[in-house]
Design a binder for this molecule. Structure first.
Ligand SMILES: NC(=O)c1ccc[n+]([C@@H]2O[C@H](COP(=O)([O-])OP(=O)(O)OC[C@H]3O[C@@H](n4cnc5c(N)ncnc54)[C@H](O)[C@@H]3O)[C@@H](O)[C@H]2O)c1
Length: 475
């Protein structure tokens, strides 16, 4: 399958006559190819988007909504087709990929409805000392212009629609750059928007080699805002290259599950296992370390090991929970973290077995703070268990991380839970539940190396706009 890129309401082959090959994480051979577009084609995509944005912003919000409602219908009609491609290119089970398309439809709908119910503000001058009632400010939310949306491989439809839908509803045009693995699903998602009749150039899709178009896009003076989800190193790089434009960045994480002695261990075990190992831990909000208090550490460790043994391992085509990770580089990196931990004295309770890109779920006990796995994000099915003496030590270790996405606290003492939650330097804290982004309207925030800005609804809608003030000076 060789897919074109999307510009001027048309599907085009690049003048470069080159493509980027997309390999499957779990089966041999190329699953598809996308266009390796040139910088001149990027220029054209951005220029046409800037022109189209003006007319798009002129439409009423309800008119824009009609296109997005139709997008939902077309997306759902293509659900199985998209899910099949997604399974092949990112190695997610067909059922999970179908759910991702449905979840994206719900998210687009929620964005539409929230946007329709947003109102502007007005302010009276009289509130400020010396001010007057005769001065009235009308504060409107206006679009930013051309939004560059860059998404990662792991939720190629959901994390792309989470950017594109709010940008469009608020009157922006979008340049969408999907991740290479994920580009086929991303392009198919835009095919649904094309079928929905979206005016030409309101969304253009660019694909290609990072070395040719990556920095070029980010630095382009035609881009008015960047919304990015991906790794922390890429995020820092993009932030250093971007011109003076608003940035929303959702990056990596090292989410801890803090387990205190009075926790419901059965609940904690279930939440930690699904949090750490579903889709092989390739989730930004996967639980990536367990910080358990000494008194219950042996018991929790045994319970976790018993549950890991029950996980299905294999191909997404066989509906396995633990599937091959995205590519060989990633598998090598994960294995490197396991090897380093073993060398420094960690005990392998289960796992440490590799077949190609398939890393068996690996539970590591006796993990100490000198091990890389205590700090680095594996983005794979590896869970280190670190013992702590009390909640204060858990807070200290949790906060030493370069990341600050989410954290879980398991305890039956709500006061203690709040005390710990307040001190954790993360965007969100889950009390007695696994770390996760959904429901998708909740604010989703990464701090420190985990990002900047807020996603969710209505936060994403707000971040795609700026304030515009018109002051009435009545006589
Ligand atoms: N916090 C969140 O919301 C969230 C959600 C999902 C994934 N993630 C993170 O994403 C990472 C995994 O995803 P990935 O491997 O696709 O990440 P990645 O950083 O390798 O790539 C993300 C995107 O950036 C693009 N990119 C790379 N270099 C670029 C450049 N110089 N200019 C412009 N674009 C460039 C890639 O092509 C891709 O589209 C993990 O670290 C994970 O934690 C975070």
């Amino acid at each position: 399958m060789q897919l074109p890129y999307y510009i001027n309401g048309e599907w085009r082959k690049s003048s470069s006559n080159e493509t980027v090959k997309i390999y499957s994480p779990y089966k041999d051979g190329v699953v598809g190819e996308v266009q390796a577009i040139t910088r001149e084609e990027v220029d054209e995509a951005i220029k046409l988007a800037a022109e189209a944005q003006k007319a798009w912003a002129e439409l009423s919000i309800r008119e824009r909504a009609t296109y997005l409602y139709r997008w939902i219908d077309e997306l759902l009609a293509m659900k199985d087709e998209i899910a099949d491609i997604m399974m092949q290119e990112v190695g997610k089970t067909f059922a999970d990929a179908q759910k991702e398309v449905e979840r994206s439809a719900d998210l687009i709908r929620y964005n539409i409805e929230e946007a329709i119910h947003m109102y502007n503000e007005s302010m009276s001058g009289e509130n400020f000392p010396g001010g007057s009632k005769q001065k009235i400010a009308i504060v409107e939310r206006v679009p930013l212009g051309v939004v560059l949306a860059i998404s990662p491989f792991n939720y190629p439809v959901n994390l792309s629609s989470a950017k594109i839908a709010p940008a469009l509803m608020m009157g922006n045009a979008v340049i969408f750059k999907p991740a290479t693995q994920g580009a086929l699903s991303g392009i198919k998602m835009i095919e649904a928007l094309h079928k929905a009749g979206i005016p030409k150039n309101v969304v253009n899709v660019v694909t290609g080699r990072g070395s040719v178009i990556g920095d070029y896009l980010v630095e382009h003076k035609g881009i008015n805002m960047i919304t990015f989800t991906g790794g922390t190193a890429t995020g820092y790089h993009i932030a250093s290259k971007a011109k003076m434009v608003p940035l929303v960045m959702e990056l990596g994480g090292k989410d801890p599950a803090i387990v205190l002695p009075d926790a419901d261990l059965k609940l904690a075990t279930g939440q930690i296992i699904s949090g750490a190992f579903s889709y092989s831990g390739q989730r930004c909000t996967a639980i990536k370390r367990v910080l358990v208090q000494d008194e219950v550490a042996d018991q929790l460790t045994d319970m976790l090991a018993a549950e890991v043994a029950k996980l299905s391992i294999g191909s997404p085509e066989d509906k396995a929970t633990v599937v091959p990770v995205i590519d060989t580089k990633s598998a090598d990196y994960i294995q490197g973290l396991i090897d380093d931990a073993i060398e420094k004295g960690a005990k392998v309770l289960t796992g440490n077995k590799r077949e190609g890109n398939l890393i068996h779920p690996t539970l590591l006990a006796d993990v100490t703070l000198d091990m890389r796995v205590a700090w680095e994000e594996p983005f794979g099915p590896v869970l280190p268990i670190i013992r702590i003496k009390d909640a204060e030590e858990a807070i200290e270790i949790a906060n030493k991380s370069e990341f600050g996405l989410q954290a879980s606290v398991f305890t039956n003492d709500i006061n203690k839970a709040f005390h710990v939650a307040k001190k954790l330097e993360t965007g969100s804290v889950q009390i007695n539940g696994r770390t996760e982004r959904g429901p998708d309207h909740f604010p989703f925030i990464g701090v420190k190396g985990s990002g900047v800005g807020v996603q969710g609804v209505p936060k994403s809608l707000q971040s795609m706009t700026r304030d515009k003030v018109t002051v009435l000076n009545l006589q």
